[in-house]
Structures are given as C-alpha cells and as structure tokens.
Design a protein around this ligand. Sequence first.
Ligand SMILES: [Zn+2]
Length: 108
Amino acid sequence: MTATARRHRRELTPADVTKRFPSFRSGRMEAWQAESRDGVWRYGRIEITGTPWVVIHLPTKTEGDYYGTLTAARAATADGSALAYVERIQAHQRGEHEAERLPMCGRC
Ligand SMILES: [Zn+2]
C-alpha cells in the first residue's frame, strides 16, 4: 500500500460485536450490537429501513445519530463527528436551544 492510500483510508474505532442474531430475511447470523474497546460507544442495530445502526455515548447514556452500516458508525466515532452530534444533543438537554434548532429536540 502506498503512503497516499494509507492517508486516505478511513479510520474505524476498534470494536467487538457483542450480540449476533439471524437476519429475519436471510436467516444468516448478523451483528446486532457492538461495543468500542475503549468502552465509550455502543453500536446498536435498529429496524428502520436505511438507518440500521444507532450509536450510544455510554459515559453520558446519550443516544447519538443513525448510520447505514456498522462500518459507517465506527468511522463516525473515530473521526469525531459522532461525538460532535452527541454534544449538540446534550446542549439542548441543558436548555441551550439558541445556537441552532435541532429537529429531534422537541423543545425548540
Ligand atoms: Zn432544543
């Protein structure tokens, strides 16, 4: 692998699959829950078409954004975007609604 290719490869948060169940459609075993090795994030699958993974920030028990795949969710926790989303939600939970409107807030 060239240095350029390495630089552009996506970083993923190291995680272990913690629950596996057979897929309803194919019957094959699939991952349904995973947890980051640093203990900060839980990745859980939800049954909504197109958005099957949600991340949970465990230290604050805050549910974050939805991602299409476990790989996409692990990339978001690695690059800081998942934490940025959680911090926006926490600001609204503290009553800070002025900076920006958040559709899922329910109070602004
Ligand atoms: Zn709000």
